[in-house]
Design a protein around this ligand. Structure first.
Ligand SMILES: C[S@@+](CC[C@H](N)C(=O)[O-])C[C@H]1O[C@@H](n2cnc3c(N)ncnc32)[C@H](O)[C@@H]1O
Length: 349
């Protein structure tokens, strides 16, 4: 799966255990801010009927592949399409010009492979789920040979060693259907869709600060949409990064946005991830959830993201500062009708 800041890869065990403690007999779970789709993938593997949602197109594509698409339906067809894509002749185009020449996120030889494969995918006229699985294979292949520290806001001064390796397509780990019913992926603003969600439990993992996911992962958005937009700045971001904003990236707006989501959801149980560095404090979250009934909090200390640990650098890649904190606390806020026994969930970092 792709590198994704804020991904709950390291917390899947705790999130899964908390959800299982609340819904031991299965049921439908909605992941309203699905990002890399790792959480939805994990929950589908556990047998839940998952509904994943995110407002960015690349995240919706990831969730379509990892949550909505069923392995038995698409495995063979995906293998055939990937084999055809492995044979295409590289040809530099929009992606190479923007992300390998004007910016240096990928080596131009891989850029030419990505351009040629992406053009071929567009001409294949694939069914939407199959197209999503194939796009995820291409996104992950590109992610394995990128020259970044995991964000598409800046690139390495020298090519990262992995960027010099040739891009290789692999089959994404799509999962078999679950007996509890079809899983779905939607592509909507969380505030707008909240009142339509029907689920036994909703998991909320919103952004917690000003950093826009669209800006951080703009190459994936352009790769998936393939709309070849005008770009700007050193990172060659798509121009709509300036206008497509989330209320969850705004200090003055996040509390009202989250309150609106929480109040409009038709779900008896909520689990919310939020760490101790975000715009909302533990007390803010407890107050937002307190109106619904019982609230429990699990605290999990974690090492901070790699960018924090390697220090602050300027655009020339020179180290210009240190970061004070190397650890933070990830919190799970659990809102249920009655208190749940969560004592078996380990919280060591
Ligand atoms: C912290 S990340 C989620 C990470 C995810 N749980 C994972 O493990 O990869 C937050 C996600 O919220 C999405 N997002 C931000 N604002 C949103 C909004 N208003 N509606 C829906 N999704 C939004 C972002 O695109 C991003 O993928």
């Amino acid at each position: 799966m792709i590198k994704y800041i804020g991904s709950k890869r390291a917390l899947l065990g705790q999130v899964g255990m908390a959800i299982q403690a609340i819904l031991p007999d299965g049921g439908r779970v909605c992941d309203l801010f699905s990002g890399s789709a790792r959480v939805g993938h994990h929950l589908k593997k556990m047998g839940y009927q998952v509904w994943s949602n995110d407002h960015n197109a690349y995240a919706h594509t990831l969730a379509t592949a990892y949550v909505q698409a069923d392995r038995e339906r698409w495995l063979e067809k995906t293998g055939t399409v990937l084999e055809e894509l492995r044979q295409v002749t590289p040809e530099a185009g929009w992606f190479t010009r923007n992300f390998c020449e004007e910016a240096r996120f990928f080596h131009p030889e891989n850029g030419a492979r990505i351009d040629a494969m992406r053009e071929r995918i567009e001409r294949m006229d694939l069914e939407p789920e199959l197209k999503a699985v194939v796009l995820v294979a291409l996104m992950e292949a590109a992610d394995r040979v990128d020259s970044t520290a995991g964000l598409q806001m800046a690139y390495m001064k020298q090519w990262a060693p992995r960027a010099l390796k040739p891009l290789q397509l692999r089959l994404p780990d799509i999962l078999p259907a679950v007996p509890s019913g079809p899983c779905v992926a939607t592509h909507a603003d969380a505030v707008a869709i909240a009142s339509q969600i029907e689920a036994g439990l909703v998991y909320l993992d919103p952004p917690y600060n000003q950093h826009s996911y669209l800006a951080n992962y703009h190459c994936w958005e352009s790769l998936v949409l393939w709309d070849k937009p005008e770009t700007y700045g050193v990172a060659r971001k798509r121009v709509d990064v300036r206008s497509r904003k989330s209320d969850f990236n705004s200090k003055p707006r996040i509390k009202a946005a989250l309150a609106s989501v929480i109040d409009n959801l038709h779900a008896p149980n909520l689990v919310i991830s939020f760490n101790d560095e975000g715009y909302l404090s533990r007390e803010d979250m407890e107050a937002l959830l307190g109106r619904r009934g019982n609230v429990q909090v699990i605290e999990i200390p974690r090492p901070r993201y790699v960018g924090a640990r390697i220090g602050i650098h300027n655009l020339k890649g020179e180290r210009v500062g240190e970061v004070g904190r190397l650890r933070n606390v990830e919190r799970l806020f659990i809102s249920t009708a009655k208190p749940i026994d969560l004592s078996h969930i380990t919280t060591s970092g």
